[in-house]
Design a protein around this ligand. Structure first.
Ligand code: SF4
Length: 345
């Protein structure tokens, strides 16, 4: 779908079969699709005229209907800890955010898949905004290709704005572009997709890709989880675990359980033990995340002592659990804080 003011269709975000259709439409042989993919995803060009192994006449024909589709971030906000939050044009007139997180020899980009979100989790700034539209594969891939640190990225996590399984076609295309030899050729082990646990979407991800999976649980008790994540009604956590037990997470891919911790809500040993029972047999590791309070929210983050006791109880039950370091809190880039707004708005 055309996305820029000149009514040109972006080439980034296209898979090899789609590029073959483009090639044939401008009178090029099918092998030109691989050449275009290499220019787009390996050489990171920003102008069709840079594709110098495609004839000038064919480039001219391409330019009549297509553009590369690269769009620079509108703004960047830098945290004291090195995290950088980038604002990009999203969908439905709303902007979206991607967060660059350097950490020793790793450089992770947390990308968005939707503008807003339908899932309405009560602890999430994105959820508070409602849903404004799905990102195209072009706009997902653009976040990765158009930040200044693009060449040094080591990992991609689909943990930004939106629920990836609710925009699965575009997310699957982005994963193909990241991992296929004609694309960026990354190992799927460098990619994690986070989900609230949409069963059909998860099944597709598990069968068609080898990426790591992260599931947002946040409470092992159905009514309590439903009180903060309405999606529990449609996709109960125990059903999600039932599905995940059918797949091997001990060897080729990793399963993480995300667990945000609130003071006096879900931070005691009873919860740790119930979480251990819920995830039994899945090989999941648990990431414990301190809550980042949203404006007007009276809930408080769990204390360091409670989080450490929770972690230790899980570890004693044979579950690998770690407390995730909070990054980018001073620029509203930490987990659950993404709003698609400039800081000075
Ligand atoms: S936590 Fe994820 S699924 Fe829930 S509202 Fe926020 S973006 Fe959507």
């Amino acid at each position: 779908m055309p996305m820029n003011s000149d009514n040109l269709t972006p080439l980034i975000g296209m898979t090899l079969p789609e590029l073959r259709d483009v090639a044939s439409g401008v009178g090029l042989k099918p092998f030109a699709a691989k050449q275009m993919a290499a220019w787009l995803y390996q050489r990171n060009v920003s102008d069709i005229d840079e594709m110098t192994d495609i004839s000038k006449a064919a480039r001219q024909r391409l330019k009549e209907s297509f553009c590369i589709g690269r769009e620079a971030p509108k703004t960047a906000a830098c945290s004291a800890d090195g995290t950088v939050k980038y604002l990009f044009e999203g969908a439905g007139g709303r902007d979206i955010e991607a967060v660059y997180i350097p950490d020793k020899d790793r450089a992770t980009l947390c990308v968005s898949s939707q503008a807003g979100c339908k899932m309405n989790c009560s602890f999430c700034m994105t959820g508070r905004q409602g849903f404004h539209g799905n990102l195209t594969a072009a706009r997902i891939i653009n976040q990765i290709l158009s930040i200044p640190q693009s060449d040094s990225l080591t990992n991609i996590v689909f943990m930004g704005m939106g629920e990836p399984t609710d925009n699965l076609d575009a997310v699957m295309k982005a994963i193909a572009i990241l991992t296929e030899p004609w694309g960026m050729g990354w190992s799927p082990k460098r990619i994690t997709v986070s989900s609230i646990g949409h069963l059909a979407g998860l099944k597709t991800l598990l069968e068609a890709t080898k990426v790591h999976i992260a599931i947002s649980v946040h409470s092992p008790f159905p009514s309590e989880r439903e009180s903060i994540m309405p999606v529990e009604r449609a996709f109960p956590a125990h059903k999600v675990m039932e599905l995940l037990r059918k797949y091997d997470f001990a060897h080729q891919r990793r399963l993480s359980v995300e667990y945000i911790m609130w003071d006096g809500f879900n931070d005691d040993i009873r919860h740790a033990e119930a979480l251990a029972r819920l995830t039994k047999g899945t090989s999941a590791r648990v990431n414990l995340i301190r809550y980042h309070a949203l404006p007007g929210d009276l809930r408080r983050p769990a204390s360091k002592a409670a989080m450490e006791a929770f972690r230790d109880r899980l570890n004693s039950l044979g579950i690998t659990a770690t407390i995730r370091a909070s990054r980018g809190e001073d620029i509203d880039a930490a987990c659950g804080m993404l709003a698609g707004k400039q800081l000075n708005q």
